[in-house]
Design a protein around this ligand. Structure first.
Ligand SMILES: [Zn+2]
Length: 451
């Protein structure tokens, strides 16, 4: 944070996510936006410094609402490259069970740095692996987030339904309900910040219908209600999952969600693909959020999220890159491009505009995380900004700068500000030795696979 007034001046283009005119730029002070300037306007009182943004397209800092940071260690792993969700998971579980605190720290730093360089300022992670020795997984992630200077919603995931009881994960990767709930409560008490400008927040996130018991779903919902924190899980990702729910619970996925007390605006769901019309209406009426994960859904051939129908019904829609074993990049601006294209296949070109998709990636994602202090450029919002230059070959000859970001394939921000502090300058993360990180992380990835 900085006390000085900075005028980020005369941008090439600016997308505020709320239709306000800010073509004269904006003024930040004490970590927040204090003025939006229309064309020709100047700041109302003198500023301490100016940043000339005439070569930059300015976006609100992008917000990622679903990831599994640890999966950066298992990208493009040959045994699962061509598998759909269930066999993909069953092959990967035993590898992931070898995660250690050091490996998770490196994986989290890599995922966060990648996100940050793609213009992301707030990241959610869904961590549900707590093998012996990794009981403090979320604490490890908190340290990584603080080091990178981003904001995060770290969700305390869980798995409690092992193979022996009819679940999908191996028995040694699941935890007892008491252990899960005690750690959830500890993390909320220790780390969850409330109110505008929060850096670290905690949510509760049983993994999926096929890896947790209904009891842990109900207990997590009660705990979330008691502490006023959010709820997150995977739902309606594949037809295999739907078949599992029918067979085990005698219910479709949304009925199951409802039966455990999760159909509410406190909840946001990853994927949300296989819904019928009635389920879409119920999700909308409840205000349950949906995180669209286009690359992962294409890679695992899971299906296409009905984003427009969900929005029309009242369900907020945001965006997520998903874990790096199914994307395999943590690049949020490229994910917006993927969303634009896959959603056009479903809904046509006229309805799926670059502005709509950027809206999902900013304001929509903020809504999923229960935040109204980030995700748009307006007076009083946090000074979280992503600035892109259009000076690469791929942009040469482009006309509309905001459309060009997605259509020409922008993949890297030139500057990123979080709470008034520049965290990326000239395409480099401040204070981070990327070459050293790649060397250490690659080594950790090789050791994890070797066992
Ligand atoms: Zn996921």
């Amino acid at each position: 944070m900085t006390a000085s007034r900075i005028w980020i001046k005369h941008p090439l283009a600016i997308f505020t996510a709320n239709d306000q005119d800010a073509s004269g730029g904006l003024v930040t002070e004490n970590g927040t936006i204090v003025e939006l300037l229309a064309a020709g306007q100047s700041p109302s009182t003198p500023v301490d410094s100016t940043f000339d943004a005439r070569e930059h397209v300015i976006l609100p800092g992008l917000i990622n609402t679903h990831h599994h940071f640890y999966q950066t260690l298992t990208r493009a792993w040959a045994p699962v490259v061509n598998q759909p969700l269930f066999p993909w998971l069953k092959t990967l579980y035993p590898v992931w069970a070898r995660l250690t605190p050091d490996r998770l720290a490196l994986a989290s730093k890599v995922a966060l740095a990648e996100l940050l360089l793609s213009g992301c300022t707030t990241a959610a992670d869904h961590h549900y692996l707590f093998p012996g020795g990794l009981e403090n997984a979320i604490d490890v992630q908190v340290d990584a987030v603080r080091e990178l200077g981003m904001r995060a919603m770290l969700t305390r995931g869980s798995m409690s339904l092992g193979e022996a009881d009819g679940g999908l994960p191996p028995q040694h990767t699941v935890q007892a309900a008491e252990e899960i709930l005690a750690d959830s409560e500890r993390l909320i008490g220790r780390y969850h910040e409330r109110g505008a400008g929060a850096q670290i927040q905690i949510a509760l996130a049983p993994c999926s219908p096929f890896s947790v018991t209904p009891e842990i779903m109900r207990a997590s919902a009660a705990l979330a209600e008691h502490h006023d924190v959010r709820l997150h899980t995977h739902l309606a990702e594949t037809l295999d999952e739907e078949a599992f729910c029918r067979q085990r619970f005698g219910l479709r996925t949304v009925d199951y969600l409802d039966s455990v007390g999760w159909l509410s605006e406190r909840t946001w769901l990853a994927h949300g693909i296989h819904f019928n019309d009635d389920e879409i209406e119920r999700l909308g009426a409840a205000g349950t959020g949906i995180c669209h994960c286009p690359s992962s859904n294409m890679r695992l051939a899971s299906g296409i999220c009905p984003t427009v129908a969900l929005e029309a019904a009242g369900a907020p829609v945001g965006l997520g890159v998903d874990g790096s074993a199914s994307n395999d990049a943590s690049n949020l601006i490229l994910e917006a491009r993927q969303a634009l294209y896959i959603q056009r296949l479903r809904y046509g070109a006229e309805q799926i505009t670059p502005e709509r998709v950027l809206g999902w990636t900013t304001r929509g994602s903020a809504h999923l995380l229960g935040r109204d202090d980030v995700g748009e450029l307006a007076v009083g919002k946090q000074a979280d900004l992503a600035l892109f230059k259009l000076d690469e070959l791929r942009f040469s000859g482009s006309h509309d700068p905001v459309s060009a970001l997605l259509l020409c394939g922008a993949d890297r921000a030139d500057r990123v500000m979080v709470g008034g502090r520049w965290r990326v300058i000239d395409g480099q993360v401040e204070g981070l030795d990327i070459a050293g990180l790649i060397a250490d992380h690659s080594q950790a990835a090789r050791e994890l696979i070797a066992g």
